[in-house]
Design a protein around this ligand. Sequence first.
Ligand SMILES: NC(=O)c1ccc[n+]([C@@H]2O[C@H](COP(=O)([O-])OP(=O)(O)OC[C@H]3O[C@@H](n4cnc5c(N)ncnc54)[C@H](OP(=O)(O)O)[C@@H]3O)[C@@H](O)[C@H]2O)c1
Length: 331
Amino acid sequence: MAMLGVFEKEDVMASMSGVPDRSLQLHPTPVEKLDLSGKQLAVIGGTDGLGRAIAKLAASRGAKVLVVGRTFRDEGTPNLEFRRADLSSMEEARRIGSELPASLDALVLTTGIMAAKTREVTAEGLERDLAVSYLSRLALLRELAPRVEAEKRTSPLRVFVMGFPGSGQVGDPSDLNAERKYEAMAQHMNTVAGNEALVLDAAQRYPFFEVFGLNPGLVKTNIRANYLGEGSLLHRASEALIGLLAKSSETYAERVVPLLFAAELQGRSGAMFNAKPRAILPTEGLDVSAIIAASEALLGQRAAAAARRTGTVDEPRRSTASTSENRSAPA
Ligand SMILES: NC(=O)c1ccc[n+]([C@@H]2O[C@H](COP(=O)([O-])OP(=O)(O)OC[C@H]3O[C@@H](n4cnc5c(N)ncnc54)[C@H](OP(=O)(O)O)[C@@H]3O)[C@@H](O)[C@H]2O)c1
């Protein structure tokens, strides 16, 4: 029993901090010495939590930063520009992918929520956590990629995908949208597996991107609101506890902003980083091609549904109302 306890503790620690990848050692410039003048950064989900802290810190070091989200909280901050989008919609994600400057130096994808206790479905028929926290990122990148390729850049655009890589989560590619069975935490792990698969797939697929996974560890933010109930006693108590025990978004940003522009990342597309941030190995057994194929099928179905709604395909219209339900029929 004692041995089992040790293994369980090690498993938990490994899932939080990942298995070290000793082939990649980093010595990034300390944040106070960082001069980001002339750099262009976009932070999708840069209006709150980790993304907001990263955006503000990079802007304070001289980078021009574009933040995308629903609510801008930093009006008047020098070097910070805002574009509104609701990224539960894949149409909106594609729009942002088509509008981002192809000349960006770095892009951080950090939009996220947690799955609700009861399955929520977007107007496009997607489980809401999957849509916001993962599929919107894939849709955005698919739209951005050909424009970046056409740019014939001298150096790749760096893409950082925030999630929980290297934590051993393989998801369920046969039911990513939780149409057969729904349990909130298992569904959130589908987004975790999806984001890790996105990093590994995009690193192979796109030579003009360098793609990296970021696992920030536990940080006090608003991410658990959808799961615990925004402002509920449980939500307030858990965030207060996390605030006492864990680092702040600002501390994480101080560690990660130097990484975004670190020279050691050149040629290391596909690498993942823990909260320190130190390089970690990807999750063993992750079926990248099955996850990407299932994701593209979902995006394809939703694009067809959107075309039907706008009348560009001659098929009967379906309801586009956003619903909350325990089980939903596939759209
Ligand atoms: N915090 C942690 O402990 C932790 C641990 C592991 C991994 N992560 C990962 O880190 C990432 C960022 O999480 P966070 O902790 O920073 O969460 P957060 O404080 O809740 O911030 C989430 C961001 O996503 C945006 N967002 C949410 N729904 C959106 C929508 N429908 N359309 C557009 N933007 C939307 C929010 O913008 P608006 O407010 O403007 O809507 C906000 O900028 C997530 O991928 C999360 O899974 C966090």
